[in-house]
Design a protein around this ligand. Structure first.
Ligand SMILES: Cc1cc2nc3c(=O)[nH]c(=O)nc-3n(C[C@H](O)[C@H](O)[C@H](O)COP(=O)(O)O)c2cc1C
Length: 257
């Protein structure tokens, strides 16, 4: 069983490609995360959990979900840490989490995908860089699928002690600094509620048909990236840097495959 969470489509792409290659079933965790639905999951095949990397670690709502859910049936679990260049301590966290659940950790792959975090200080990737990453992702997904098909462990990068020592204090500070005050919906907003539906933390509510953001945000980029009219802006940053959604590049993938 392939489980995934995806804010802007990259992880969904990886998960659905793996499902095709492995003839496995793919489950989107968004609904369960939003409802805090920790009901038991059962799979006869190994579990494959796919998630983006946030701030060098696993998104906290994903680790909470894993901690609280019981996984029955097959005891093997693979983790796919979809990232934009540095997956940080994610593989170490995943190993620890699943070992606590008495599951056999089969390793963590770190496919590099286009960066979707345009509102951070990182430069967004150029169109060419995005296409190059997506092109390379096909080979990486093939490699991951082959290993899983052969019941092999995935080659997992060793996480250094220094990475853990840096990530914990830095992130406890960064998470506190995540702000929603700069999110706003422009006149293009049609009040469809898509932003509300895709927020994993139920942090958006429509007020008079316009989204309003609460304080509990992970900056996942789901609201910005999935707005059908491109109405959601973050200060002036998104106007200057643009917005990312994998679906805008699907035609390119269809051309090359
Ligand atoms: C809040 C946030 C933090 C991120 N932090 C990292 C990071 O530390 N390292 C990295 O390589 N990519 C980071 N990214 C980029 C995403 O992991 C990457 O673009 C991923 O493919 C997005 O997946 P999705 O489209 O399925 O949501 C971050 C993205 C967001 C939204």
């Amino acid at each position: 069983m392939i489980l995934y969470y995806s804010a802007t489509g990259n992880t969904k792409f990886i998960a659905t490609e793996l499902a095709k290659k492995l003839d496995d079933q793919c489950t989107d965790l968004l609904g369960r995360i939003r409802k805090s639905d920790f009901s038991e999951l059962h799979s006869d095949k190994p579990y494959i959990v796919c998630a983006p990397v946030y701030m060098s670690e696993m998104p906290r709502f994903i680790s909470e979900y894993i901690k609280n859910t019981s996984f029955t049936g097959n005891r093997a679990v693979y983790f796919i840490a979809d990232n934009a260049g540095y997956a940080g301590i994610t593989s170490w966290q995943a190993k620890k989490l699943f070992k606590k659940k008495n599951m056999e950790f089969m390793g963590c792959a770190e496919p590099v995908m286009p960066n979707n975090y345009y509102i951070s200080h990182y430069k967004p990737s150029t169109d060419e860089e995005i296409k190059e990453r997506l092109f390379k992702a096909f080979d990486k997904i093939d490699e991951i699928a082959n290993s899983i098909q052969n019941c092999e462990k995935l080659k997992t990068r060793h996480v250094l002690l220094i990475e853990k020592l840096i990530t914990f204090p830095v992130n406890s500070y960064t998470y506190k600094k995540i702000s929603t005050k700069d999110f706003k919906a422009s006149d293009k907003c049609i009040g469809c509620g898509k932003c509300e539906e895709v927020c994993p933390l139920n942090n958006i509510t429509l007020k008079e048909d316009k989204p309003a953001w609460g304080a509990n945000c992970s900056h996942c980029m789901g609201c910005i990236g999935n707005c059908p009219t491109g109405a959601i802006e973050y200060g002036d940053v998104t106007r200057e840097k643009g917005k990312y959604n994998f679906e805008e590049y699907r035609h390119f993938l269809n051309e090359i495959r």
